[in-house]
Design a protein around this ligand. Structure first.
Ligand code: HSE
Length: 324
């Protein structure tokens, strides 16, 4: 592992939209050195980031070695594993093994992958603790919208009583466009997929699974729960009708998919038009109810390659700060 003067070394495990966003954004940070990038087909060792990004965008293979992602995590000496493979709600793999192995090998982990945290939050936080490394996951909830570190660091002096949030950009985009432009559900969903904000499997978004995962992560992180996906009562937006949205609008409400962390629920709710949670388009928002600081509401981009990478970079920089 490097010392505080040597560059922070990292691997990027997963090279889809978020992994490419991370590679793009860390190019401008001289104190960070990427030692390996793994996609589903292989591993690029000591990559030239410009070259590897161009290859990926051009549909060419990036691998220049016979290693696997797990070989990189286990055998290459580096400081931070950036785990950004897609979320798998059914058991969290392959991300769960990546994160577990990284922590066991005393590497810090920064991740946007909800699957491992939903499947094994307690185990992974304990593993990080016993191995003396960090497990940071700001990007798993709300993309660029600060929430995990905001609560943990900035609001450390207050007790959080509840968190309610609009935590899925795809659903919010669909609901907004359907309500405001009377567009058809399938058409808007396919636009959200084209924009790259929907999950690899968009049923994760529209049936509320993605929001439920974020609720589980926040409940475990801030309410001392040991919740998993099965503990959340989930209703998605896939059965919302145009009529319901228009009726709500006429009465001064918007329909939003709201996750309630204390209740462990996800469901479409009526939100008054002037309420701070009534954000439009792909935005996310969260209201954090505290004992001493009152209610604090944040909003921001909940998805997107560079936006999510910005949250990952913030976690990487925290690891760097802690190291020195
Ligand atoms: N598919 C998610 C969304 C991405 O639409 O918000 C971030 O988890």
């Amino acid at each position: 592992m490097g010392n505080s003067l040597s560059p922070l070394t990292l691997s990027i495990i997963g090279f889809g939209a978020i992994g490419q966003g991370v590679a793009t954004i860390v190019q401008n940070v001289p104190q960070i050195k990427v030692v390996a990038i793994a996609d589903s087909k292989g591993v690029a060792l000591m990559p030239d980031l410009k070259d590897v990004l161009a290859r990926k965008r051009g549909g060419q293979p990036i691998a220049n070695s016979n290693l696997t992602a797990l070989d990189v995590i286990r055998t290459i000496d580096h400081d931070v594993v950036v785990e950004v493979t897609p979320t798998n709600i059914h058991g969290g793999e392959p991300g769960l093994t990546h994160v577990r192995e990284a922590l066991k090998n005393k590497r810090n982990v920064v991740t946007s992958n909800k699957g491992p945290l939903v499947a094994a939050f307690d185990e992974l936080t304990q593993l990080a603790y016993t191995n003396g490394v960090a497990l940071r996951y700001e990007a798993t909830v709300g993309g660029a919208m600060p929430i995990v570190n905001l609560i943990r660091d900035t609001l450390a002096g207050a007790r959080v009583l509840d968190i309610r949030g609009v935590l899925n950009g795809t659903c919010n985009y669909i609901l907004t466009r359907m309500a405001e432009e009377a567009l058809d559900y399938d058409q808007v969903l396919s636009e959200a997929q084209d924009m790259g904000i929907a999950e690899a499997d968009p049923t994760y978004d529209v049936t509320g699974i993605d929001t439920a995962c974020k609720v589980v992560i926040l409940a475990n992180a801030f309410f001392g729960r040991s919740a998993t996906f099965a503990d959340v009562d989930v209703t998605g937006i896939d059965r919302i009708t145009q009529d319901a949205l228009q009726l709500a609008r006429q009465r001064g409400f918007a329909v939003k998919l709201v996750g309630d962390v204390q209740e462990l629920t996800v469901s479409p709710k009526l939100v008054p038009i002037g309420h701070p949670l009534n954000v439009s388009g792909t935005l996310n928002a969260a209201s954090i109810l505290t004992d001493t600081a009152g209610e604090i509401t944040v909003a921001g981009k909940g998805a997107g390659s560079i936006e999510t990478a910005s949250a990952i970079l913030s976690d990487i920089l925290s690891v760097m700060r802690d190291r020195s």
